[in-house]
Design a protein around this ligand. Structure first.
Ligand SMILES: NC(=O)c1ccc[n+]([C@@H]2O[C@H](COP(=O)([O-])OP(=O)(O)OC[C@H]3O[C@@H](n4cnc5c(N)ncnc54)[C@H](OP(=O)(O)O)[C@@H]3O)[C@@H](O)[C@H]2O)c1
Length: 304
């Protein structure tokens, strides 16, 4: 990919995009903002009612040249992934952008977790976006200034205890983005990694397993602001976008001072670990823990 290509800002208007995670949080914000910028968007997630509301709200509010259509399905289903790409071809007339924002998390001690949880998190956070990117390649190669956006996490750059499944999946996704960025340059397909810190969304209320530990909470950035930063990165052809000072600080300090960083985290998590044990708070355990889970401090609207 030439220097001139890298210097030229990407024009979003007129592009055709698939956006996953469109029913909530970051994916919804990305779908909306892309459509506002003149992109024809096909947004997807499992909850069809949420997607229908998004589509209706767009129709009621929009005066821009973009469009927003929706299709409901589970991204871990290979048949649905192909249907998504086929629908983009039929309804949008092709594909230029694939924005992979859907994801889910799990929290809890590794020793007490299960292969099922690991498989589910790897499926939704790693295999599904990776395979959707692969299946999109034939369409993207025919596209106009094409790009793939992977949504990772600071926890994928440097892990936290009690987040084994999620950290592993996001680390794998981070590596995939790095690999594809080099490989797909030959096809003039850009690859952008969004490494997110805390985002205000439904993420921590929708965990597959466990609940958020209070020690891991941070100040959350509104999903709309994170989406704007990601779109700016897409326009400016950045390799990686790390929205917010908190996320940048996490990545930088964990890289510069990894042992000190780990010690600080372990001190906080060690306290938390004792709480985990005394409350026996894992949902898959057959103990009277579920009533005690309400002893968790109320969610403060912050994330990650
Ligand atoms: N929130 C944070 O603090 C944070 C921090 C770092 C990274 N991230 C990453 O940011 C991305 C967006 O998360 P968010 O904060 O916006 O969370 P969110 O509000 O919970 O949104 C997650 C989206 O993923 C969709 N989804 C989950 N499982 C799916 C499946 N099997 N098939 C299809 N869609 C599925 C959900 O829709 P349905 O339930 O309708 O399917 C929803 O639209 C995720 O990749 C997450 O890992 C979030």
């Amino acid at each position: 990919m030439g220097l001139l290509h890298r210097l030229r800002r990407r024009r979003l208007a007129g592009k055709r995009a698939i956006v996953t995670g469109g029913s909530s949080g970051l994916g919804r914000a990305l779908a909306w903002q892309l459509a506002q910028r003149g992109v024809d968007v096909l947004a997807t997630a499992r909850r069809g009612d949420r997607l229908a509301t998004l589509e209706q709200e767009w129709r009621a509010a929009s005066r821009s040249s973009g469009s927003l259509q929706v299709i409901a399905g589970d991204q871990t289903d290979a048949v649905f992934r192909q249907q998504l790409i086929d629908t983009a071809g039929e309804q949008l007339g092709g594909l230029d952008l694939v924005v992979l924002a859907a994801g889910s998390g799990a929290v809890g001690p590794f020793a007490e977790s299960s292969p099922d949880t690991l498989q589910k998190i790897m499926d939704v956070d790693f295999f599904a976006p990776t395979e959707l990117a692969r299946a999109s390649l034939p369409a993207l190669r025919e596209g106009n200034d094409p790009a793939v956006v992977f949504v990772g996490s600071i926890i994928g750059r440097h892990p936290l205890p009690f987040h084994q499944e999620y950290a592993a999946a996001k680390a794998a996704l981070t590596a995939t983005a790095g690999t594809l960025r080099m490989e797909l340059a030959a096809d003039s397909i850009d690859v952008i990694l969004a490494t997110l810190g805390p985002i205000a969304s439904e993420f921590w209320e929708s965990l597959l397993v466990g609940q958020r530990a209070s020690w891991s909470r941070g100040r959350a950035m509104p999903a709309e602001r994170a989406a704007r930063r990601i779109l700016r990165g897409l326009i400016c052809r950045r390799h990686e976008v790390i929205p917010g000072l908190q996320a940048k600080g996490y990545v930088l300090t964990s890289r510069l001072f990894p042992r000190l960083f780990d010690r600080c985290v372990m001190r906080r998590a060690g306290l938390r670990r004792r709480l985990f044990r005394s409350r026996a708070s894992l949902p898959h355990q057959d103990t009277p823990d579920s009533s005690e889970r309400s002893a968790e401090p109320p969610h403060d609207g912050s994330s990650s």
